[in-house]
Each structure stands twice: as C-alpha cells, then as structure tokens.
Design a protein around this ligand. Structure first.
Ligand code: AN7
Length: 348
C-alpha cells in the first residue's frame, strides 16, 4: 500500500490531502549476518534499512511525498529547496509528479553526479551556488519568505512527518523497536524524524520499547559533535557536507532523550564501511549512508547478547559512482583471449 495511505492515521492528512505516490517506502529491512560474523558478534542481530530502494534512491522520498501532497492541498505552484543532492532529486521528481515547477539550489561541484542528473531530467530549474549547502539553505529560506515558493527542505514540518514512517516500518517488521538505531547525520532531520516515529509508536502502545539513537557525522563536517558551526565543512560523503544543520537542537534532544550519542566517523572509516557493506552483504549504498555502519564498527564493544541493532542506509550507491572509481583501481584490460582472462583473474 502507498505510504500516505498506509500510515494515514499517524500523518497530518485531511480529506483535502491528495494521495500522491511514486510507491515510496516499504523498503527492505535486511539482516546483515555476514557483518555480524565479521564483527564476531554473538547473538546480536544487525539489520540494514535500505532506503536506497525508494523511487529516487533515497529516504528523502518519504518526507517529500508528504510535503508535496500538502503543497498541492494549499494550491502551491512551485517548490524550492537547497540540497546536497538527494533532496533536490526527490523534490524534482515529486514536483513533476503533481505538475509543479521545482527550483533547486546546490553547492557548485559538490554534489554526486547521479543526483545532479536526476534533478535535471525531472525538470527542475537547477542553480549551482558558489558556496556550500549552508549558504544555499539561507538563500532559499529568504526566497520562500518573500516569493511564492513552497519550501520543501526539512524546515517544512511535513517533511519530518513523512520521514518518521521509516521507524514505523521497522517496528512493524520487528514487532518492537531495536535497542540501537544507527543513522548518518547531516542536516539532522532524519534522526529527528526517526525519534518522532519511535516515540509515537511507543505512546500508542505499538512498540514496547525505544531505541538509543546513534547519530554519525563525518569528521570534517561535525558541527553537533564539536558544539559549533563549521564554516567550511569537508567530507567525501558530500550528502552530509553540512556545517550548520537545520534540526540541530531537535537532534540533540533525540540523542539525549534516547540515551544515545552523536559522534564522528572519518572519511576512511566511511569508505571502508561502504566497501564492506557491498562486498559482505551485496548492498551498495552511497558514502553518507555508510556512516551509520561505520558507527556500528566504532561502537561494536557496546553490544550485549540479545541486542537488536538497526542501521539506516539512506541512499543508493549508484548515485555516486565517481567516489568508488577514485578509491579503487580500474579493472585490468587484456587481449581478448581465454588465456589472458585466466591469467588476469589469477587462475594461471
Ligand atoms: C544519503 O539532500 O541534506 O541528517 O540536501 O542525502 O536528515 O540531513 C541530504 C542528507 C544522510 C543526512 N544520507 O540526513 C540533502 C541532504 C544521505 C543524505 C543524509 C542525507 P539529514
């Protein structure tokens, strides 16, 4: 069933809200037995919530479908957002779906190729800013206050409402919340939304427990961990290259209320986790997503027998092929002969 329909009674939906859908949500929760074994964990279950399986390849579709449905409801004609890439792709797709124009502002040269291609093909007016994401967000805030543009960044409360459904799905599958939920943190909307979802299901008596929220920022872009804005954030994980997160205080509250942590992982740890998720489990996520699993590696010592651990893989690896080809050797080229192939793969 489509996302807005399935979770209607937990969402701000009225009789005037159109049931927009591209069949987002209902993403797989995949048991990662090979990672459990690799970490030598006994009787600890790790699950990966693979949000790369959404229509535009990231978790952003959950919040975007809700925000766009509400934009249609109020008669908006044009959406606007700042983005490190995934929000832009999602906003462009859902705006197209309902016949609205979209405008997206992105930091020049700092978004993954696949995301840029998506925004362009879905028909967004794409503007590259000579500045970082934080600057893009300041500009779209000002524009949406003074012009008839519907802001669809996570400052739009309907975004987080839609995104909380990922937590619902996890509880619906496991019959309870996990003990720990690992998640990348950029603009800090998603960690906030998951906490909203878990606490709502807990209040409703659907989940008997609440997880500890374990958020991870890239070392060079870790304003929440450092406790101050970062003027020039840098990380290979361009999706979370953010120095002044919009949902900063809410994320800190989610961390503290849940008894969790927000910590850093290095670019090297991120790329290593990305490669291991792919080579051990057959799941290809983008670098920012792998920050959650890099967090599991960093915190492996805290788990106890019987723990259930979930990590969100926020976006699909195909969005950012360049990052792989930069860090891995190009495959060998040989003459077209059986012998040369056997030699190349080390069978001769
Ligand atoms: C793959 O698209 O901010 O902490 O503009 O694309 O909720 O921001 C993307 C963020 C994690 C961080 N993983 O989530 C944008 C944008 C991926 C992402 C995050 C993003 P938030």
């Amino acid at each position: 069933m489509m996302l807005l329909e399935r979770y209607k009674k937990f969402l701000p939906i009225t009789e005037n809200t159109p049931m927009v859908t591209l069949h987002e949500g209902n993403t797989p929760l995949i048991r990662a037995r090979n990672i459990e074994e690799y970490l030598e964990l006994k009787d600890v279950q790790i699950y990966l919530k693979f949000e790369g399986m959404n229509p535009t390849g990231s978790f952003k579709d959950r919040g975007m479908v809700m925000a766009i449905a509400k934009a249609v409801e109020k008669g908006a004609k044009c959406t606007i957002c700042a983005s490190t890439g995934n929000t832009a792709a999602s906003a462009a797709a859902y705006s197209a779906r309902v016949g609205m124009q979209s405008v997206v502002l992105i930091p020049e040269g700092k978004i993954a190729l696949g995301k840029l291609a998506q925004a362009v093909i879905y028909g967004a007016k794409v503007v590259q800013i000579k500045g970082n994401f934080d600057r893009c967000l300041e500009i779209v805030k000002e524009l949406s206050e003074n012009y008839p543009f519907e802001l669809v960044n996570s400052l739009n409360p309907f975004r987080l409402e839609g995104q909380k459904t990922a937590a619902f799905e996890i509880v619906d599958v496991l019959g309870r919340a996990p003990d720990y939920h690992f998640i990348p943190v950029g603009n800090a909307g998603n960690i906030t939304a998951y906490w909203m979802g878990y606490t709502q299901y807990h209040r409703e008596g659907i989940s008997p427990n609440l997880p500890k929220m374990m958020g991870f920022q890239a070392e060079g872009a870790a304003p929440i961990v450092r406790g101050r804005k970062i003027e020039n954030p840098e990380t290979v994980a361009t999706a979370i290259r953010i120095g002044n997160p919009a949902s900063w205080e809410k994320a800190v509250r989610a961390r503290d209320e849940s008894g969790g942590v927000i910590d850093t992982v290095t670019d090297e740890e991120i790329l290593n986790a990305q490669r291991l998720i792919a080579s051990l489990e057959g799941i290809f996520c983008e670098p920012a997503s792998a920050a959650s699993v890099a967090g599991i590696f960093k915190y492996r010592k805290i788990f106890r027998r019987g723990d259930i651990v979930v990590a969100t893989l926020t976006g699909h690896g195909l969005k950012d092929p360049n990052v792989i080809l930069k860090s891995v050797k190009e495959p060998v080229v040989v003459e077209p002969s059986v012998d040369d192939v056997l030699e190349a793969i080390g069978w001769k």
